[in-house]
Design a protein around this ligand. Structure first.
Ligand SMILES: Cc1cc2nc3c(=O)[nH]c(=O)nc-3n(C[C@H](O)[C@H](O)[C@H](O)COP(=O)(O)OP(=O)(O)OC[C@H]3O[C@@H](n4cnc5c(N)ncnc54)[C@H](O)[C@@H]3O)c2cc1C
Ligand code: SF4
Length: 338
């Protein structure tokens, strides 16, 4: 572990000033991912800029009927916030499917989006990894790749993004609000995380001098027909093998609007607009669900140990859509675990 400095940001402008002046520094929020990475010598920040005292802990209504969630709202507070439980239960379910109660108490909204991959080679500094050490190679492609991606991969990296919350935010079409030396801006959730391409070391389109200030949810929350289905090796405290966030709007037996995002299959939450279009405009039938799953998985490719994820995703998509259409989200079981 390297030596590093520590400072506190007094306000958002000061946080931006500090990160712009020292690009090797990192913000620290809950520290549940960053501190592990520092201890493992995977991250070597010159300084930790503590942002935990910034006024980014509010959940507020927006003028267009949505909600603005401060970047420092803890995952637990968000999952049990009355407005989130009532209007965006998909988001509450996804958060509660992640980590443990203790971790969710510490983890922040902004930090959850920027947590790094759980690829074992990324954490093992004795092995080549293009994400950790650009140009060194990818140990996972011919290695142990059971947890790895089946969509949107590149010859340089096949890692997945581990966040559950981000999968729900992708389905809900949230916006990420950021501040930087160029002023504030909003990033559509679909454009926030990146595919690995030939720069797998860069996970998101957040610029080096920017801080996440909030997430904005649009008014539409799919509170009646939704599900977050997370399939994992054990029921709690495990990252997703595959997960599905589904939101449906059904009127008189016809699907009017469909959102389907997958986790555990790619370097970012995965959406396929053609599959969603296939679901719209007809009844909620198993045939339509299967057809949407086929579209999502048309380009899927396994790397050996993770081949099973293709069939698992197909079945998971059909089951998640079915649960959502019936208004019986599997997530009720998760919600009992406080
Ligand atoms: C054992 C274990 C199991 C877990 N299981 C799951 C799981 O099943 N599902 C899941 O989704 N997650 C899981 N997690 C991950 C956990 O949810 C994340 O570590 C947490 O959400 C990160 O939030 P944090 O505030 O602690 O981030 P930090 O560790 O403080 O920061 C993470 C990164 O975000 C940056 N950052 C933080 N806030 C901001 C900001 N406002 N603006 C710009 N940059 C920022 C930091 O610089 C750092 O690079 C697990 C973690 C552990 C340790
Ligand atoms: S999959 Fe990505 S993170 Fe994992 S070893 Fe390959 S380059 Fe590194």
């Amino acid at each position: 572990m390297n030596n590093f400095g520590y400072s506190r940001a007094s306000d958002i402008a000061d946080a931006v000033r500090q990160i712009a002046a020292d690009p090797a520094a990192r913000f620290i929020a809950g520290g549940t991912n960053l501190i592990d990475l520092v201890k493992e010598n995977v991250a070597r920040p010159s300084r930790l800029i503590d942002i935990t005292h910034l006024p980014l802990k509010a959940v507020e209504e927006t003028a267009d009927g949505g909600l603005r969630i401060g970047a420092l709202v803890p995952n637990s507070d968000l999952a049990y916030h009355p407005q989130i439980e009532a209007r965006y239960p998909l988001l509450a379910s996804a958060i509660l499917a992640g980590a443990s109660a203790q971790l969710r108490n510490m983890a922040s909204t902004g930090g959850n989006l920027l947590q790094r991959t759980r690829c074992l080679y990324f954490y093992d500094t004795t092995t080549p990894c293009n994400k950790r050490e650009p140009g060194s190679g990818c140990s996972a492609i011919d290695g142990i790749n059971r947890m790895h991606a089946i969509l949107g991969t590149s010859e340089h990296c096949i890692a997945t993004h581990p966040s559950d919350m981000s999968v729900a935010l992708a389905a809900l079409e949230a916006r990420v609000l950021v501040a930087g030396t160029g002023g504030p801006r909003g990033i559509a959730f679909a454009d926030f995380h990146r595919l690995p391409g030939d720069t797998p070391q860069i996970d998101s389109n957040l610029r080096p001098d920017e801080i996440i200030t909030a997430i904005e949810l649009p008014a539409k929350g799919f509170a009646r027909n939704y599900t977050y289905l997370k399939i994992r090796d054990r029921l709690s405290y495990a990252f997703a093998l595959v997960s599905m966030a589904v939101g449906l709007e059904i009127e008189a037996g016809t699907i009017k609007e469909a959102r389907l995002a997958l986790g555990g299959v790619a370097h970012k939450p995965w959406r396929n607009r053609e599959a969603e279009a296939r679901l719209r405009g007809g009844p909620a039938t198993r045939e339509r669900f299967l057809s949407a799953a086929e579209i999502v998985l048309r380009e899927a490719r396994g790397f050996g140990h993770n081949d099973f994820k293709i069939e698992l995703s197909r079945r998971g998509i059909v089951r998640a859509l079915d649960q959502a259409a019936r208004g019986q989200p599997q997530s009720q079981a998760d919600k009992r675990i406080k």
